[in-house]
Design a protein around this ligand. Sequence first.
Ligand code: LLP
Length: 419
Amino acid sequence: MSEFAIHDGVLHVEEIPLTELATRFGTPCYVYSRAAIVRQWEAFQAHMPAPHKVCYAVKANSNLAVLQVLAELGAGFDVVSGGEIARVLRAGGLAKNIVFSGVGKSDAEIRYALEQNIGQFNVESDAELDRIAAIAADLQCTARISFRVNPDVDAKTHPYIATGLEANKFGIPMQDALATYRRAARLPSVEIVGADCHIGSQLTETQPFLDALDRMLVLVDALAAEGISLKHLDMGGGLGVTYADETPPPIGHYLQAMHARLVDYPDLALYLEPGRAIVANAGVLLTRVEYLKANRSKHFVMVDAGMNDLLRPSLYQAHHDIVNVVASNAPEVTGDIVGPVCETGDFLGQNRTLRVAAGDLLAVKSAGAYGFAMSSNYNSRPRPPEVMVAGEQAYLIRARETLDDVWRGETLIPISDTQ
Ligand code: LLP
């Protein structure tokens, strides 16, 4: 995470001290490094076998400027809603580079996607196939489709972010895949282009990806034997990152291991949908200490960012390193770093040791993925701004919300005349 480094005792993002950003934009505040995003993107490009397509998973961080940076690099995009399609297009991404995943696509979303002529749908069920085929027929166009197949592989990750087990709601069971493909092959308004799976997120081992790939290749062979030849195989996202002491495989190792399995399939393009691996370590959440508090058994460091700003620690017991922005001489405290939200589960870190005093700035690291994207207005808290740093420049890429933003769309009801 070299774009976040200490110079002269102050944590910088690229060329800018975070202290300066706190003064300029206030806290809490998300800060991203453009160079870090570009570096991760390029790591995928450098090691991808040809032919391939990397489709950034928009859900990880869907800020328009983040999408713009990736669109300018020629990225594909994995989306899960009509809103994400619109964001990609608004940011300059190309419709033909969009793959539409998502387990519950509505009529309106499918119609919109077809009207925009997106690259393809990753279809999650027989019922969805029928719906897409009918809407495409109605629009007199052809929908390019892959099926998301559930390979029943244990991703060995947090149960909330494992998706490739039979017990999960995602995809078509492997045993049913052939029949579903056969049926799709007979529908005139769809064109089969590929197969897809996504087994989970924050994987720290290569083996589950390879197990899934092996199972998918058995399907590819079976389809080929029936005359259904696929143009690409989409292995989803899921490559983990280092939050604490995890040691996920480097991007190159993960890709080379998959490539080794694909040498006998030179015409089958590998698609990937990484989200976290591209943006997680490109962002921090900047927050200021409001109060120190202690009871007889525990210390609390109360900061101005809460679970509504960064939900991961509360929802998944996820670890994010939390560090001083400026080295402090304050006494050492061991306790929980907690936010202002009225929930016991509102913490950013537990049992951390830091030298802190009220007013100090802290950086919650690895917050670029599933950070702002999962934020909310719980407790009527305006969501924080997002800032993108590029060298010596800092751009406000999303303004801090105002209270008007928070209650936009709400209305008072007429005063009741029965009172
Ligand atoms: N493709 C599909 C179909 C997905 O469902 C996901 C993530 C991705 C790609 C990208 O996965 P990644 O490369 O980012 O692991 N909110 C959770 C993560 C949920 C991931 C959901 N699906 C978290 O904060 O850890």
